[in-house]
Design a protein around this ligand. Structure first.
Ligand code: GAP
Length: 455
């Protein structure tokens, strides 16, 4: 059974060091969370899995790592300065602030039921700042609300550096910032988060086929991360709800503990973005309704060798939230099991490539020089395999160590006992998280076993 309510996950995340409220010693920063020792590993493993699937395992995608702070013209021509707004309503009675489009009843406050509420007014979600010491209109910059725009404005740089032709993509992971009116549901809707975005450029006309391709590919990838296909609802976003740049969007909605909501969006952004950022727009047959660009110094187009003309490629964009990915994975992995003798355990059934700790090495006695020395030797050997984090767990209580590692999703525990220092071949016990079965292995066979298991 996956987690049925958010408080189970919030409690586990705090207790075991996955996720903490940011600045909680000062009462907490709303809509901001810090990833602790295990959360940092889990998030890194998820991002690495995405990068491997999207960049390394393909021959048609390049990576990018753009700045977090963005040029005002970039967000002017992308449309964010003008249209990246949510309608905001304030309750005059209890001071509750709500998004008008998410209110249960648009005439009443969600919190106290008062009808004394303001008219909806547009609120821009971007964090604005000034770049450099002088604060005037020319120095305005923004923390990026999506990583995508850096990909679009670097399109020509990447083409020139790599000689790519369509179809090809540019992938990026990184922070994004949105001053959400209501940040809620743990790490689901926050003001600072991470995205994993691919902008995949194709010839106009090939866009619909590629859109279907990426939908299938992304569903399979989530399944490989432990978010099963039958828990994801594919919403073909109705035309009236589409973002201004989209011809068609599929939202992958997951059954989060608080409800079914978006995990990833896969949009057909047409030639809207490259068209917006291009010079000489009127010579390029751009199909989208773009902003007239009088500032760009670059033509954002590819040359069609057969038709002997320039064209602006269409873009298919699978855009996933890392934090929502972590939440979905934790939801699915969380399991409460009843054991024999009326006992129970919490076990996090993470896919092994995502587990923060791959192996815990546990000496049976914490003050026994021989056993502790042998355990440390084994830990140091396993580290060299490069399979991920190996933890030396010298608490002196094997049973408790097993429970703790079940709760944080460690796939294997290796216990070193008297046999390991007294018997020939130095046998150790390898315990499996999910089956709780124990296996005796000679020290000399351990490396091969681990390489095979995690390979
Ligand atoms: N470049 C397209 C784009 O940014 P989006 O649907 O606004 O599209 C993409 O965002 C993904 O980013 C979402 O599917 C979600 O996973 C994540 N995301 C968006 N806003 C978020 C927030 N406030 N907190 C956490 N994740 C968020």
């Amino acid at each position: 059974m996956p987690a049925s309510n958010m408080s189970q996950l919030v409690s586990l995340c705090k207790r075991r060091g996955f996720i903490f409220q940011s600045a909680d010693i000062y009462g907490g920063l709303k809509g901001a969370y810090d990833y602790g020792p295990l959360g940092a590993e889990l998030k890194k493993n998820l991002k690495d899995a995405w990068w491997r699937a999207i960049v390394y395992e393909r021959d048609d995608v390049e990576g990018l790592d753009g700045t977090i702070i963005g040029h005002q013209k970039m967000f002017q021509y992308s449309g964010h300065t003008e249209t990246f707004n949510d309608p905001l309503v304030d309750c005059k009675a209890c001071k509750n602030r709500m998004r008008a489009d998410q209110m249960k009843d648009p005439s009443k406050c969600d919190s106290c039921g008062s009808t004394d509420i303001t008219e909806p007014r547009d609120f821009n979600l971007m964090f604005k700042t000034h770049i450099g010491p002088v604060q005037n209109d020319a120095s305005i910059g923004y923390l990026r609300p999506e990583t995508a725009q850096h990909i679009f404005v670097n399109f020509k740089n990447v083409i020139d550096a790599t000689n790519r032709k369509a179809p090809f993509g540019i992938a990026q992971q990184g922070r994004a910032f949105r001053n959400e009116i209501v940040a809620r549901n743990f790490i689901f809707r926050v003001r600072e988060f991470e995205q994993m975005e691919l902008e995949f450029f194709v010839k106009p006309g090939d866009d619909e086929t590629w859109h279907e391709y990426w939908l299938a590919s992304r569903l399979q990838w989530w399944d490989d991360q432990g978010v099963p296909r039958d828990k994801i609802h594919v919403l073909d976003v109705p035309p009236e709800d589409l973002a201004h740049y989209s011809k068609r969007t599929y939202d992958l909605e997951f059954e989060f503990p608080h409800g079914v909501e978006e995990l990833e969006g896969i949009a057909n952004r047409t030639d809207y973005d490259l068209g917006n950022h291009s010079k000489n727009q009127d010579q390029l047959n751009i199909t989208a309704k773009v902003h007239k660009n009088t500032d760009s110094n670059t033509k954002m187009a590819l040359f069609d060798d057969q038709e002997k003309k320039w064209y602006v490629p269409y873009c298919i964009e699978p855009s996933a939230g890392v934090d929502r990915g972590v939440l979905a994975i934790l939801t699915e992995a969380y399991t409460e099991e009843n054991l024999e003798g009326g006992k129970s355990r919490i076990v996090l059934k993470l896919k092994k490539h995502l587990s923060p700790v791959k192996v815990a090495v546990i000496p049976l006695k914490k003050n026994h020089e021989g056993i502790v020395g042998k355990a440390m030797e084994i830990k140091n050997d396993l580290i060299k395999l490069g399979i991920g984090r190996i933890l030396f767990e010298n608490t002196g209580n094997v049973g408790k160590a097993y429970r703790r590692h079940d709760e944080v999703g460690t796939p294997l525990c290796v216990t070193v006992d008297f046999d390991s220092i007294e018997k020939e071949g130095a046998p150790v016990t390898v315990r499996d998280r999910d089956t709780m079965e124990q296996l005796s292995l000679f020290q000399a066979d351990l490396n091969d076993y681990m390489l095979k298991y995690f390979g």
